[in-house]
Design a protein around this ligand. Structure first.
Ligand SMILES: CC(=O)SCCNC(=O)CCNC(=O)[C@H](O)C(C)(C)COP(=O)(O)OP(=O)(O)OC[C@H]1O[C@@H](n2cnc3c(N)ncnc32)[C@H](O)[C@@H]1OP(=O)(O)O
Length: 386
């Protein structure tokens, strides 16, 4: 058996002006420890997923959690950064320490505080995660705008499909009280450029972009032999990381190749196929990314991702609902928190604790978190162990 998630915590995502980085870290960690029933002194390793890049003062952010409880004093704490996949980087480092026998009870937190800066400031900070030698000065909306442009050129205009993805994820977020934006939007609004839905980076409109959010999420992950001591346990049937070349010039940007390899490896490690999966939480930093992820996971062949939405497959109640939480699009995307948040949402699903978000078939869940334009790719398959 693999390491198990035995507790989770999740702040509301949003523009949380009153809460500092430390407040967010402590709130999520406290909830996760309480949920697992773990005393602070029993935690023997802490990992913090945090991107930052100057969005708020950030040195030693991993040690801020010690403000929660004196019992955390002297516990090794480490920050992990892998762009928008920093949260999953923290989880996978905890898994490795547990597998190595060095850690029995790990506390993993993902956090980001973005809204202290204005949009221009956040855009600049995020752009630090692109390949500076060739992509310097290019924002993430522009990077994914270029990807969408190349995809449209090769496979035809997908604007309507992207609008449908936005509508779906906003509708799903209505069932998630922790979501940043709980506002239903209709297809006509998302599919047209207007004052309220401007073009951000052609062909991507505002409704094709994820949100700039604050928030934190946390997990308690324990060694397999301890799982039976906990009321709930969620095991990692697979946890695969795949990094691809950073320069976009070295990759075919009409497909997400690194993500495809990560999905293939995860399915092989879990001994399952896509048909066995009941739901997926995936990295919809832009709607074009979600569409191309349908292809990377093997739901539709290359160039046919739009059919997954048109046929209702990825809708709530469909064969493989995608982003029942509202995704990065509407739940929000506090970048360092995102990977941990996805695993929290999936753990709640497989244990039947997802409330109004609950999937019809939730025995096996898929999580895909991505840093950069398909550069750092983390794919997990989660299953309730008890
Ligand atoms: C691999 C990766 O993960 S890369 C992804 C990294 N993340 C990003 O790049 C973030 C992308 N998103 C953005 O940059 C911003 O949200 C933008 C540029 C799309 C919009 O920012 P701004 O133009 O500053 O919008 P602003 O904050 O002024 O909000 C204006 C209105 O639009 C709404 N809004 C803002 N962003 C979005 C969005 N992404 N989707 C839908 N509505 C939005 C606001 O709620 C507000 O609505 P209101 O007038 O009813 O109050």
């Amino acid at each position: 058996m693999q390491p198990c998630i035995t507790g989770w915590g999740h702040t509301k995502f949003g523009a949380l002006k009153e809460q500092s980085l430390e407040d967010l870290i402590i709130a999520a960690a406290d909830e996760a420890l309480t949920h697992a029933g773990v005393a602070a002194e029993d935690v023997d390793g802490i990992w913090l997923g945090h991107f930052n890049s100057g969005m708020v003062p950030d040195a030693f952010a991993s040690s801020l959690v010690m403000g929660l409880d004196d019992g955390l004093r002297f516990t090794p704490a480490t920050r992990c950064e892998n762009a928008c996949a920093s949260g999953s980087a923290a989880i996978y480092n905890a898994l490795n320490a547990i597998r190595a026998g060095q850690t029995k009870i790990a506390l993993v937190i993902g956090v980001e505080k973005m809204t202290d800066l204005d949009t221009a400031g956040v855009t600049k900070a995020l752009a630090g995660a692109s390949y500076q030698k060739e992509e310097s000065g290019v924002s993430f909306p522009q990077i994914f705008g270029r990807i969408a442009g190349q995809y449209f050129q090769r496979f035809g205009d997908q604007g309507a499909a992207l609008a449908q993805i936005a509508v779906k994820n906003h509708a799903n977020a209505m069932a998630n009280p922790l979501a940043h934006m709980q506002k239903a939007v209709n297809f006509e609004f998302c599919n047209a450029v207007s004052d309220k839905n401007p073009m951000i980076a052609a062909p991507l409109r505002m409704t094709d972009c994820s949100l700039i959010s604050d928030g934190a999420a946390a997990l308690v992950i324990v060694a397999p032999e301890l799982a039976e001591d906990f009321p709930q346990a969620v095991t990692f049937r697979a946890a695969e990381q795949v990094n691809d070349f950073m320069p976009m010039s070295r990759r075919d940007m009409t497909e997400l190749t690194g993500p495809r390899v990560a999905f293939d490896k995860a399915f092989a490690a879990a001994g399952v196929g896509l048909d066995d999966i009941g739901f997926a939480e995936v990295h919809d930093c832009f709607t074009i990314a979600e569409l191309m992820i349908y292809e990377a996971m093997g739901l539709k062949p290359k160039g046919h991702g739009a059919e997954a939405v048109a046929e209702g497959i990825v809708m709530k109640g469909g064969k493989l609902p995608v982003n029942l939480s509202g995704g990065l699009k509407a739940k929000g995307h506090p970048v360092g928190a995102t990977g941990v948040s996805m695993h929290v949402m999936a753990a709640r699903q497989v244990t039947g604790n997802a409330g109004d978000m609950q999937a019809d078939r939730s025995d096996l869940g898929l999580v895909f978190n991505m840093g950069g334009s398909g550069v750092a790719n983390y794919c997990s398959v989660l299953e309730a162990a008890k």
